[in-house]
Design a protein around this ligand. Sequence first.
Ligand code: DC
Length: 231
Amino acid sequence: MIIAIDGPAGAGKSTVAQKLASQLGLNYMDTGALYRAVTLLALRNHVELEDEKQLARLARDMKLTVDHRDGKRPPDRVFIDGEDITKAIRSNEVSEKVSRVSSHRAVRSQLVKKQCAMAEGGGIVVEGRDIGTVVFPQADLKFYVTASANERAKRRYEEMKKEGHGVSLQSIEREIIRRDHQDSTRATNPLKQASDAVLIDTTGKSIAEVLGILANIVREHTGRAGNDIEA
Ligand code: DC
């Protein structure tokens, strides 16, 4: 079984995808982490963000492994060549540059290959931007999870405030809108809802509510209780 969850940044995809995977006893894959890892390598190796060939080489050669924690928080740890890069790939610098890196066709094609290899055998919830449209068009269930830009900015603002970062709500909202625009207008595999994906608008909804909606749909789809579902 493959469940695809796509949607823009900050819509609550990760939290819901991890919880759903854990409830269903499925694995979980955060495909954004792969694009972030290539971006981190590019910054460290001083590779130009326009140098598609070099970026694709980094994507092809990186030895990325993920330590799954059964969908429990804190999230899966991500390693490149044994180095824990979980925190480094969430830095502001990587977040600012990742859309640019992920717009290159050759980078995407390398990373899609890796995603297919990582999901071999199924039994997985996969989260990203193009999972239902490009990576796993044959997924058993597809969700497109979104929320208003203002709500997504507020959630991010609260998170950052908790972590002690002093940023303004306006600047976060601006950054979210910029990233949405870049992700949804790029030529290769842009962010968009698959025609057979279920649209979930999380604006004004709690994580528990959203999870409940998704679990019900999975249950209807499989005809079994959500937590009885196996890979
Ligand atoms: O989900 P995230 O914010 O960690 O993703 C980081 C970036 O990676 C996002 O701005 C777009 C890109 N991305 C992508 O192009 N395709 C995916 N399947 C996942 C992420």
